[in-house]
Structure formats: C-alpha cells, structure tokens
Design a binder for this molecule. Structure first.
Ligand SMILES: [Zn+2]
Length: 241
C-alpha cells in the first residue's frame, strides 16, 4: 500500500465523494496501483483526466503511486481534445438526442439503442470513435482510448458540452447528414424529389437533398429552421446551411 494525497480540480470534483471535493485528501492505494487505477477507484474515469501533477511535476496516468506523493488531477481543457480531422462519435443507448444533434451539425455519430457496452468498446476501438456516455464504468475500460462523460441530461446542453470539449464549431458542416441513418446527404434535382414531397413544398423550395439509405428527402423548411434555431441557441453561434 502507498498513501498519497489527491486533489481533484474543476468538474472532476463531480465524480468524487462529497467529502473529497474542494480539498486535498489522503488515500491508501493498492500495491503498485497506477494513477489511472487510483483515480478510477475514487470515481474518475481516465478519459476525463487532463493535466496531472505529481509533487508539482507533470506526470501521466501510467505512473505508479508512491508513498507520500501529492497528486493533483485536472479536467480535460476545452478544445484540448480537438483533432485536425473531423471527430467520429459513438453515443451510448441513452444519448440518442445528442447523436441526432451531432448529426445535424454534420458529425458522423453512431447510435443504436440496442447495442451492448462490449460492442461499444469494440466498435469505438475499430473505427477510432469517441465514446459518448453517462456511464462512468464504461469509460474506465482501458480499451476506451477516447471517451467523454456527458454531464448534462438535456440534449441541448449535452451538445454544448461536447462542442466545447472537441472545439466542434470550427469543423461543423450543418445539415449534411441524414438524422436517421448518419449517411451523407446528396443533392438531387427537384424532379427527383417530386414523387416524395408535397406540391406546396416543390413550389416553394429549390434545393433538395436525399439520403442514400432511407431515401428521405430533406429541404430547408420550417423543421430545418427550428433545428437551426435550437442549435444556434445551444452553441451561441450562427448556424448556416
Ligand atoms: Zn437516411
């Protein structure tokens, strides 16, 4: 056993016991425990850890906890998890609303309410997807390399959390994916849309898109406007088409 002093900062405090919030505390760690092991035993999934300081010096999660260590753990900074290429997401069974909003912004987001945790881990690993979940046990899996604990309960707030963490606003391509199939929409002539949309819509709109999977036709109607307003309000940014 090694007894070390821990201090969790910022939103990481939400994961630890109330008595461990806002202050440093001693914790006896299992023999040869890493900081990852110790943090997760205290409730903090490794995916949520940003900067780490051990005795005032930068450290990483695989570091073994030693007797007398003073360990400070900080959350992932906004934008720190951003990547050059557009990130791919995998939302767990409880986050269908969030997956839909991510698709509206043009981010490839898998979602299936029948998928099991084991499959989530496997698909995320194979396709290099970011796991979005409110299940902290899922994020403790070492195979989950990239994951994000979603704190909020409402999809409109969840989208702003994820957008901040991955700096999504600079990469978004709104209204380019099918909200149902996650497939890229294709522009189609009005004549192709003709059989599937009401005449009043054909008369009023010039641009139509079709999903190659479900063949739904999309156009910039009132539903589109409501989604645009919802996303603009949630992210505090103008959403274009
Ligand atoms: Zn579709």
């Amino acid at each position: 056993m090694a007894t070390a002093t821990f201090r969790f900062h910022g939103e990481l405090e939400r994961f630890v016991a109330r008595t461990h919030r806002g202050r440093a505390f001693d914790c006896a760690c299992a023999r040869a425990a890493t900081i990852k092991n110790a943090a997760e035993a205290l409730g903090v999934p490794h995916t949520e850890v940003g900067r780490l300081l051990v005795n005032g010096e930068a450290a990483t999660l695989p570091r073994i906890v030693r007797e007398g260590d003073s360990i400070e753990v900080f959350p992932v900074e906004p934008g720190a998890a951003a990547t050059e290429e557009m990130p791919l997401f995998l939302a767990d069974a409880h986050l269908g609303g969030l997956a839909r909003l991510l698709r509206m912004l043009g981010f490839d987001s898998l979602y299936d309410n029948a998928v099991h945790d084991r499959e989530i881990v496997e698909i995320a690993r194979r396709e290099r997807r970011i796991v979005l979940t409110r299940d902290r046990e899922l994020l403790k899996c070492r195979e989950v390399m990239r994951g994000c604990f979603v704190h909020a309960l409402k999809a409109e707030v969840q989208i702003s959390e994820v957008a901040a963490r991955y700096a999504l606003i600079r990469q978004m391509r709104p209204f380019t994916l099918c909200l149902h199939c996650n497939l890229r929409l294709q522009d189609v002539e009005a004549s192709v849309a003709q059989q599937r949309v009401p005449d009043r819509v054909l008369a009023r709109y010039a641009r139509f898109m079709r999903c190659p999977g479900c063949e739904r036709i999309y156009w910039e109607g009132s539903h589109w406007e409501r989604m645009r307003t919802l996303l603009s309000d949630a992210l505090d940014v103008a959403i274009g088409a």
